[in-house]
Design a protein around this ligand. Structure first.
Ligand code: EPZ
Length: 429
């Protein structure tokens, strides 16, 4: 799929927001970007078979992964949130630097390629605004399963004469490393055990997809995952879970503007940590089977530490910090997952926020109001947080570098407008 297919958005666009009014209404969560990406990569494990994925969000990152898989020989069709991936008998194993640089999640093809082809070439994924983001846990796990890696011209060249089962312990419950090793073990007969594995719902969703393809997996969602692979996997069809971070972002848009916002088609337990923190802050919140509603509330400051799931998600830290900028009281926010995920703080301060950084801790003193400004998104979630700030500020805010936002928020302009948000997209002249 070429750029002409991209649903929207280029880096030259700006989001102009006239804030100060409460958001009110009901919206539906998109499919989870961070579940769809690994499941798409898992298609590489198939040989002459088809993987069908429902509820795939229409996002730049999804198109980037589709382009990467197409480059390797997979036939990708994507229409109305349904994706079919037809994988030929023979596929490539060299990933193009241009695509890998665009998206760190490209590293998720490493495990499947080595399992399927016995080799892979992956340019080192760049660091980004939230830290160096190495893939040493991925490399160490695959090496333990029998892969030899060489770093040649800034790319990992991995080769294996046949992966073997292993017991792998992760120093940190890395989402990507857990997913890569689950996929690598899916073509290996014998039992591979992952210890201190990531428990994120997106990892569980991937496990469901692999099971549908014929892999024996148990323990997903716990810290220990056991995988017994098979030599050949079969056609499968799987649905992507709701995007808990996107849903939470819109709930916080309701909270920060003191409106009534309902997000439907969510899995409430996936956003337990957010709901618990909002209740602690005094926000009136209603949780039903597959919908969550926030009501207009004055709210207090809360303190939190980002942690691997089920702890408070790092991907919600910028949006929660934005919300706490208008809380009554002082919040203490500690970022423990990434080494530097506070680049948005300087942009928040342009809008009147009062934040003091002490290493990986931000002290946020609530203020009575925020002021519009021209601000720049530094990463996907920081961009979303700046939109929340703009919706709450009393005048006009211009958010630049929108390509970050297009990566993760399908139809964000239409969704905010449907809630009464005054937002327009302008093209830089
Ligand atoms: C996934 O990234 C998500 N991306 C990220 O979401 C999310 O922030 C992150 O998990 C944590 O929840 C996708 O799922 C596509 P990690 P991932 O491996 O897998 C260190 C978004 O906004 N680490 O769990 O890359 C790493 O540097 C994105 O949608 C190593 O040191 O995250 C980080 O400090 C942003 N060595 C920590 O572990 C490794 O080999 C967590 O990283 C791997 C990771």
């Amino acid at each position: 799929m070429k750029d002409k297919d991209l649903p929207y958005g280029t880096e030259r666009e700006k989001l102009v927001i006239r804030g100060g009014a409460p958001l009110n209404g009901v919206l539906t969560a998109q499919g989870a970007k961070n579940a769809a990406l690994p499941i798409m990569a898992a298609s590489l494990l198939l040989k002459g078979k088809r993987l069908t994925i429902d509820r795939v969000p229409d996002l730049h990152d999804i198109h980037t992964m589709a382009d990467l898989l197409s480059h390797l020989g997979v036939k990708v069709e994507f229409r109305d949130h349904r994706m079919t991936l037809d994988v030929p008998e023979e596929i490539g194993w060299e990933t193009p630097p241009s695509l890998v640089r665009k998206m760190r999640a490209s590293s998720l093809v490493l495990g499947p390629l080595i399992a399927r082809c016995g080799r892979a070439v992956l340019p080192l994924p760049g660091g980004c605004a939230i830290g160096s983001r190495p893939i040493d846990f991925h490399i160490r796990g695959l090496s333990k399963m029998g892969t030899n890696f060489e770093l040649v011209q800034g790319a990992f060249h991995g080769r294996s004469s046949g992966l073997k089962p292993a017991r792998i312990y992760f120093d940190f419950p890395s989402v990507g490393a857990t997913e890569n090793l689950m996929m690598a073990a899916s073509l290996v007969e014998g039992e591979t055990i992952l210890e201190n594995a990531a428990r994120e719902p997106e990892v569980v969703n991937l496990a469901h997809a692999l099971r549908a393809m014929g892999v024996f997996i148990e323990g997903e969602g716990s810290g220990t995952i056991r995988i017994k692979g098979a030599r050949e996997l079969g056609d499968a069809r799987v649905s992507v879970i709701p995007d808990r971070i996107e849903a939470s972002t819109y709930l916080l848009a309701g909270v920060i503007t003191k409106g009534k916002v309902t997000v439907r088609d969510v899995v409430p337990e996936h956003i337990d940590s957010l709901c618990s923190k909002l209740e602690e802050a005094g926000v009136e919140i209603e949780v039903r089977d597959d919908a969550v509603t926030v009501y207009p509330s004055q709210y207090r400051s809360v303190s939190l530490k980002t942690l691997p799931y089920p702890g408070f998600p790092t991907d919600l830290q910028p949006q929660m910090m934005a919300t706490m900028c208008l809380a009554n009281g002082t919040s203490v926010i500690h970022e423990s997952v990434f080494e530097s995920r506070f680049l948005h703080v300087s942009e928040f301060k342009r809008m009147g926020a009062r934040i003091d950084l002490q290493g990986n801790t931000a002290i946020v003193a609530g203020v009575n109001k925020l002021f519009g400004a021209e601000v720049h998104a530094t990463d996907l979630r920081a961009g979303a947080a700046l939109v929340l700030m703009g919706l709450a500020a009393e005048d006009e805010t211009v958010v630049c570098d929108l390509e970050h936002i297009w990566r993760g928020y399908e139809g964000i302009v239409e969704k905010l407008r449907a809630l009464g948000g005054k937002v327009i997209v302008t093209k830089e002249d």
